[in-house]
Design a binder for this molecule. Structure first.
Ligand SMILES: *[C@@H]1O[C@H](CO)[C@@H](O)[C@H](O)[C@H]1NC(C)=O
Ligand SMILES: *[C@@H]1O[C@H](CO)[C@@H](O)[C@H](O)[C@H]1NC(C)=O
Ligand SMILES: *[C@@H]1O[C@H](CO)[C@@H](O)[C@H](O)[C@H]1NC(C)=O
Ligand SMILES: *[C@@H]1O[C@H](CO)[C@@H](O)[C@H](O)[C@H]1NC(C)=O
Ligand SMILES: *[C@@H]1O[C@H](CO)[C@@H](O)[C@H](O)[C@H]1NC(C)=O
Ligand SMILES: *[C@@H]1O[C@H](CO)[C@@H](O)[C@H](O)[C@H]1NC(C)=O
Length: 489
């Protein structure tokens, strides 16, 4: 199996459901519905991995009445197709059990025999094709998941394949051959199928485990930050779900953030407000706080505006009637606005929305003879509401201005009218700062975990201090290799 697919599958398998305690700031729960989907994908991939699989040659000899000692070789034994009638996935404290029952498989093979006996001095031989139909096949496996130093370790606890019935159809050949095949080879063919499928299961799980081990413990988001996706605690398996948790905090690139302790005993609900969704991702408000801190500390929360749709605003001439002192000292000079967030924005998840409080210093600069001269600084405290949305596989936000308050920090051009500042700031906030922040927020950051999958019909729930994304997921077409009832003829 392609590692990336396996990886995604696994992740799906890992996702968990009722109230449970986790110690990460991002937690994922895979519901029964999600587990069912993961199981279907696993079976699909499993079938794709055995179709066209060639089993080892089988050789046998037997004494055939009136014919003599026949040596028969079955070769090119190939699994042509597998059909699964019913399957199930169950989770319990001891692991995840996937079972397939009543599966059928078609095989093709070649036979050849040679007979030598004193009765027939000239050896006779013949060859031809045959097909085999296997029915009532049962396949099962049990895996367990543990946290191993921040990675997930997948262990195969038990697995097997059992062939119920087998029928052979011979193209040509003598009737004694048919009887011989049935008598002497049925068991061999059945165990060859059982062994081959069991081996594929073992291989598949080893590959899945390798893919899990190779998941990076941190996802680089941009030049400034990375998301710590180390697993914390062991997956919690209940009879209806699997829950996993990752650290989930933003860290500054190449620099370990002072590890934030997880509040003890914080319970996460696995309910999706009655919606039957495959997964639920819960994100603690500390994730947003850590993002705010990282970007603030990295000095990323400041920018300069020297271009506006209405460029005239950025010239002192435009202000000569409103702020005459400014025009008097710097006639016809260009201006720029330096915006700098002066403390890490405070982010809070409530029961209805995400609230953000941002304090910005807005400094007005005048450009005179190539020199940047700060002339006034206004501090603005902005309260905004953030609506969270899922855009593709990213979690994004849209800020809406709630209210703001301003005060003049300092001025080199004398007193400014507060009314004037209020209305000026209102327009700067609405036309410049919020659109700019929304442009940044609109891209959001990628939700960890699901590679190759896309969210479908995601709902956002606010449950202080968590935001939950309840969603179905779909494996993208590119990742679909082979269909469920692959049959190659
Ligand atoms: C498939 O399963 C159903 C019940 O689960 C059973 O009635 C049916 O006979 C099975 N079909 C085959 C081909 O095994
Ligand atoms: C096996 O082949 C037979 C006839 O060729 C077909 O009817 C049956 O559906 C096939 N079964 C599978 C599992 O592909
Ligand atoms: C047996 O099958 C092979 C392909 O699988 C084919 O080339 C060959 O002609 C067949 N032989 C007979 C005797 O049908
Ligand atoms: C799962 O376990 C809970 C109690 O732990 C029980 O009430 C519930 O019926 C079980 N559900 C299933 C489907 O077994
Ligand atoms: C990432 O999270 C793990 C688990 O909480 C923690 O042990 C590790 O120190 C964190 N790494 C960084 C770089 O903060
Ligand atoms: C906005 O209004 C809320 C209550 O309506 C108040 O708590 C908050 O301090 C105000 N924010 C600002 C920046 O004035």
């Amino acid at each position: 199996m392609e590692p990336s697919i396996v990886f995604s599958l696994l992740f799906l398998l890992l996702a968990p459901t009722c109230g449970y305690v986790q110690e990460g700031f991002i937690s994922g729960v895979i519901s029964n519905k999600g587990l069912d989907y993961a199981k279907e994908l696993l079976i699909e991939k499993g079938i794709a991995s055995v179709v066209m699989l060639q089993l080892p040659e089988i050789e046998n000899s037997a004494q055939v009445p009136f014919v003599g000692n026949a040596k028969v070789v079955l070769s090119d034994i190939t699994i042509k197709g597998v059909q699964v009638n019913s399957s199930s996935v169950k989770t319990g404290e001891s692991g995840v059990v996937v079972a397939v029952s009543g599966a059928t498989a078609n095989l093709s093979m070649r036979w050849r025999y040679s007979v030598s006996s004193w009765l027939i001095p000239i050896g006779i031989s013949d060859s031809g094709n045959a097909s085999v139909e296997v029915t009532g096949m049962q396949v099962g496996l049990t895996v367990n998941l543990r946290n191993q130093e921040g990675s997930l370790k997948l262990t195969l606890l038990d697995y097997g394949c059992y062939v119920g019935d087998l029928s052979i159809k011979l193209d040509g050949g003598a009737s004694w051959l048919y009887q011989l095949l049935v008598n002497a080879f049925e068991g061999n063919i059945a165990s060859a199928v059982e062994e081959a499928i069991s081996e594929k299961i073992r291989e598949g799980i080893v590959n899945l485990d390798n893919s899990l081990q190779s998941i990076p413990k941190q996802i680089s988001l941009d030049k400034t930050s990375a998301l710590n996706v180390s697993f914390v605690g062991n997956p919690v398996l209940s009879n209806s779900s699997i829950a996993i948790a990752i650290n989930g905090l933003f860290t500054e690139k190449n620099e370990a953030l002072v590890s934030q302790r997880y509040p003890k005993g914080l319970k996460i609900s696995s309910a999706c407000g009655g919606l039957p969704k495959m997964i639920k991702l819960s994100i603690h408000e500390n994730v947003f706080k850590s993002a705010s801190l990282v970007y603030y500390n990295a000095g990323k929360m400041q920018f300069i505006i020297d271009e506006l749709p209405d460029q005239a605003i950025l010239n002192t001439a435009e202000w000569r009637f409103i702020v005459p002192q400014l025009y008097k000292r710097y006639p016809n000079d260009d201006m720029q606005i330096h915006i700098s967030v002066s403390s890490p924005p405070v982010v809070q998840v409530t029961y209805q929305h995400v609230g953000a409080t941002i304090v910005v210093d807005i400094t007005i600069n005048v450009l005179e003879d190539g020199e940047v001269i700060p002339v006034a600084c206004i501090s603005v405290e902005v309260s905004a509401l953030c609506a969270v949305e899922i855009v593709g596989n990213n979690i994004a936000g849209r800020l809406r201005l709630q209210n703001f308050s301003t005060y003049l920090k300092w001025s080199k051009i004398g007193k400014l009218h507060m009314n004037l500042i209020q209305s000026l700031m209102s327009s700067v906030l609405k036309t410049v700062i919020l659109p700019y922040l929304n442009f940044k927020l609109n891209r959001g950051f990628p939700l960890p975990i699901i590679g190759g999958f896309s969210f479908q019909n995601a709902n956002i729930l606010y449950t202080q201090p968590w935001i939950a994304v309840c969603s179905d997921v779909l494996l993208l077409e590119d990742y679909h290799l082979g269909r469920h009832s692959a049959y190659v003829s």
